[in-house]
Design a protein. Structure first.
Length: 226
């Protein structure tokens, strides 16, 4: 099979300051590890890396210092906005190796329950699967058009490609179609709380009035005794 290529270079200076300087030059710091070899710090072109990640590429051939290594994208750290990669972990792999990776779950279609007024909730957006490194799906597209109001779709309901196995329990919920919460139901507790708060001063006022009346009745009795 033809693999995507990414050209990188080894780096000798580590640390957060060195990484920050590297990013200013349009490169992303990373690490290549695995297969019993020494971990190797690398620098990768940010633009090329972003293009591969946007297309869901996980397996690639890394051109490094005159040689080539097959690597798997294992982890990507993004900036605080979640848009720009700031560090990447690459694992050395063989083409006949089975690996575990997280694959994006993409819901397709409009559920029957949504047409009936329900709300679609996607519980998980990624699913961990095990397969040959050459058979990693770009994403798992799931048809939810038959899910009715109050219904759900579980991991066991997802049709997986041949040779791909879900690591998670088949009972794990992927998405649900729930009844929407009515505005009246949300407003009722708040209204009840406001009513209770408004009633409280009245109770206190009545209590103070009653105490004052009792005190007024007691004073004439005290004078009569004297």
């Amino acid at each position: 099979m033809e693999l995507a290529h990414l050209k990188g270079e080894s780096r000798t200076v580590a640390g957060s300051k060195a990484a920050a300087r590297l990013r200013k030059t349009g490169k992303v710091p990373g690490i290549v590890y695995g297969h019993g070899e020494t971990p190797l710090p690398v620098a990768l072109p940010q633009h090329d890396l972003e293009l591969l990640l946007q297309h869901g590429t996980m397996l690639l051939e890394l051109d490094l210092d005159g040689g080539r290594q097959r690597v798997l994208v294992k982890d990507v750290q993004y900036d605080h906005l979640g848009t720009t990669p700031i560090h990447v972990d690459l694992a050395r792999v063989s083409l006949d190796e089975r690996v575990r990776v997280s694959v994006a779950v993409e819901l397709r279609g409009t559920p029957k329950g949504v047409k009936e007024g329900g709300v679609l909730d996607q519980v998980i957006s990624d699913l961990e699967v095990e397969c040959l490194v050459t058979e990693i799906p770009e994403r798992l597209r799931v048809d939810v058009s038959e899910v009715g109001l109050g219904g759900m779709l579980k991991v066991g309901d997802i049709p997986l490609p041949a040779g791909v196995r879900a690591v998670a329990s088949p009972e794990l919920v992927v998405c649900t179609v729930r009844q929407p919460v009515e505005e009246e139901e949300v407003a009722a507790p708040a209204a009840a709380a406001e009513g209770a708060a408004a009633a409280e001063p009245e109770v206190i006022g009545r209590k103070e009035k009653a105490e004052a009346e009792e005190e007024a009745e007691e004073k004439p009795k005290e004078k009569e005794k004297k």
